[in-house]
Design a protein around this ligand. Sequence first.
Ligand SMILES: CC(C)(COP(=O)(O)OP(=O)(O)OC[C@H]1O[C@@H](n2cnc3c(N)ncnc32)[C@H](O)[C@@H]1OP(=O)(O)O)[C@@H](O)C(=O)NCCC(=O)NCCS
Length: 108
Amino acid sequence: MLDFMSRDAAICAKREGRVVGALLFSREPAVLCFLAVDDACRRQHIGERMVACMRTFLDPAKEVTVTTYREGVPEGVAARAFYKRLGFAEGRLTEEFGSPVQEFIWKP
Ligand SMILES: CC(C)(COP(=O)(O)OP(=O)(O)OC[C@H]1O[C@@H](n2cnc3c(N)ncnc32)[C@H](O)[C@@H]1OP(=O)(O)O)[C@@H](O)C(=O)NCCC(=O)NCCS
C-alpha cells in the first residue's frame, strides 16, 4: 500500500473518517491491481466511483486490465458482475500466486 501511495497510485474511499474502500493501480501498463469495499458498504457505488477516479489518472486511449476470480467461485460473484457492469470483458484464464484466475479487459 505504501509503495502504491508513494507513486500516487492508491485511492481510498472514506466515510465519516473511516476508510471503507481501497483501490491500487499501475499506469504502465494500466492495471487495476487491488480493489475492495467494506462489506457493510457494498452496493452503494463506492467501487464504481473509485474506478472512475482511477481512470482520471490513466491514458483514456489505453486498455485497462484486472485479474479476478474465475467463474464458479462463490467469492468472485460480486467482482465478476461488477467488472462486467463497468464494461470489462472476459479475457485469458491464467494463474496468480498459484491460484486459477481470469483477466478482465476494458478497451477504449
Ligand atoms: C467487487 C466490489 C469491489 C464491488 O464494490 P461495490 O462498491 O459494492 O460495487 P458498486 O456498488 O460500485 O457496484 C456497481 C455495480 O456493479 C454490479 N455489482 C456489484 N456487486 C454486485 C453483486 N454482488 N452482484 C451483482 N452485481 C453486482 C451492480 O451492477 C452494481 O450496480 P447496482 O448496485 O446499481 O446494481 C466489492 O463487492 C468487494 O469489495 N468484493 C470483495 C473483494 C473483491 O472481490 N475485490 C475484487 C477482486 S479483483
